[in-house]
Design a protein around this ligand. Structure first.
Ligand code: SF4
Length: 156
């Protein structure tokens, strides 16, 4: 079983009500190998919702209380995002996973690169906040942009 960002499986949970269906994940999902998770919805945020970015650091910094997740209008989304992390970790405790395929660049799900908090589509290094918490558990992280047949064979 692998954890997958729910938007990559075609669930319309993205901030704008859309999805990011990843065709390579359709067959593994149909085989029951994917645990779909949307940390932002699990945290209680509505869909659609204002997009957020991590300001002042990465997901690890948010977990450590050194950075926040803000909407473009300055609204503080940090408590909801952290609640989403807690709910995601509860799911992982109930259904252990060894790997996760997460939506690239999301403030929750991004792996290795996220937007920098300036709302200018500028990237910085670091994980999103849910990805950072999953990495702390030793779960292997990939984005949909990393997927190859070899990687899918390795993690399934
Ligand atoms: S990137 Fe993550 S938090 Fe954002 S919609 Fe997809 S699953 Fe939800």
């Amino acid at each position: 079983m692998i954890l997958v960002s729910a938007c990559l499986l075609g669930l319309s949970c993205r901030y704008d009500g859309g999805h990011n269906l990843c065709p390579a994940l359709v067959a593994p999902a149909a085989a029951g190998l994917c645990l779909p998770v949307c940390p932002e919805q699990l945290g209680g945020l509505p869909t659609p919702r204002p997009p957020g970015e991590i300001v002042g650091g990465s997901g690890n910094d948010v977990l450590a209380g050194r950075a926040s997740i803000l909407a473009a209008d300055g609204a503080d989304l940090t408590p909801a995002f952290l609640n989403g992390v807690r709910q995601t970790l509860a799911l992982v405790r109930a259904t252990p996973v060894a790997a996760a395929i997460l939506k690239a660049r999301s403030p929750s799900c991004g792996v290795g690169a996220i937007y920098d908090g300036s709302f200018t589509r500028t990237l910085r290094n670091g994980h999103g906040v849910a990805a950072a918490a999953l990495a702390e558990l030793g779960i292997e992280l990939y984005t949909e942009e990393d997927i190859t047949e070899e990687i899918l064979k390795h993690i399934m």
